[in-house]
Unconditional design. Sequence first.
Length: 148
Amino acid sequence: MANVSIKFNNKDYLLSCDDGQEESLKELTIFLDKKYNELKDQLGSIGENKLLLITTIKIIDDYFNLKQKVEIQKNRLDEISKKFLEMKSLAVQYKEKKDSEINNLNVEIDRFKVMIEESNSLYESVLDKTTKSLQDIISNTELKSEIG
């Protein structure tokens, strides 16, 4: 344990604290002394005990107000976190739906490509047959004109 010499209300005190906490204890004492003196200036000489009680109540009131604000902020953060998770879930669902739609479109494109290839093959076959038929007709016409 460490001993710390502090000043409060123009009086010197020797307090003990855990090793390493000396500076923190001094800062807290300075804060308390400042609050005490502010209230003393506002309220005048109402007695040290009463002034200490009012100072303590004032500090506790500040503490509870801050604690309440922290709780409100924590609740807001929890709500934002829930909304974020909902949005994340919706985004994942949307992505999965779009991925599925893209997959379906790719399947349709592949079917369309096969259909185009089959149509091209059929078209080329018909074109070849038509060309062959026209050549036959031309050959037959030439033969008839040579014979005739």
